[in-house]
Design a protein around this ligand. Sequence first.
Ligand code: SAM
Ligand code: SF4
Length: 326
Amino acid sequence: MLIDSFNRIHNYLRISLTDNCNLRCFYCMPEEDYSFAPASRLMQTHEIEEIAQTFVRLGVNKIRLTGGEPLVRKDAARIIASLAKLPVSLHMTTNGVRLHEFKEVLHEANIKSINVSLDTLQADKFQLITRRNNFERVFDNIHMLIDSGVHVKINVVAMKGLNDSEINDFIGWTKDTPVHVRFIEFMPFSGNKWTSNKVLTWQQILHTIEQEYSFVPLKGDPNDTSKKYIVPGHAGTFAVISTMTAPFCSTCNRMRLTADGKMKNCLFSKGETDLLTALRNGENIENLIRESISSKAKELGGQFINDFENVQSNEIQNRSMISIGG
Ligand code: SAM
Ligand code: SF4
């Protein structure tokens, strides 16, 4: 088992398959000087399998594939099929653009729950945020998943002046659509021009919803990163993820593997452990994984505290979100 110095058991691994993407969300991918890692620097399929197997031996029972956009990787289908054979529950976070091409693969892999990112219900705003014109495709693919019985969670990065006016449109969507909408507080990463006044806090989100709807809390799970609610009578549910104003670090069970094979023990960790080079050199990576977990900071990578109005984003040492794997 992987237990850190704060007694947190780590059994959930998020694997980034690529730092490449078919969208260009401005809060995720830096506008200037961003170049994708060359394929030779990325973990190859067999290396992903081998590293994932090691984590499973150490107690991991949940894996999420992410990126960049996991479904732009050429061998994504092969990776999904091979990780589906591990004794883990397998999940994915995707922008949804290519989901229709993977319907069979996802079904064969028995993936029961997929997170799709969608920050707006307006096609023109989608283009503004992602710099691509794929709203209809993503929206259709969300419905394709729902129709095929997959539980769909919608990730909405909530930002002032961007989509704050759409909060209740999303809640309205849950009336007849069985989706779970998750409003995520905007987080600072390298190159994303984060400032505290763009953060729409979870209290502000709930306050907006309460102007139009009555809702009740739902019971959460021990390692939940969100507070969940339902408007009675609605087919879908919603949640707020309060990373910036009320982080959930005390119950954190997550670890990350970047597409170039570096382990991060926290989304905000400054340090990284190079598992891929060690694997290629024939070294035992178990010890490296254990060392990384024992050095995990108590909260927020040890880089800032949850006094979000005073966070100096330029002092945080980290990658951009797209190259970490969200
Ligand atoms: N491409 C996939 C997608 O968009 O779902 C997976 C990778 S993306 C980095 C994972 C999640 O991180 C997405 O839901 C995205 O909205 C979220 N994200 C990216 N940058 C963020 C930021 N600065 N603050 C909060 N969430 C962010
Ligand atoms: Fe691509 Fe996802 Fe980042 Fe948007 S949030 S740029 S879809 S990786």
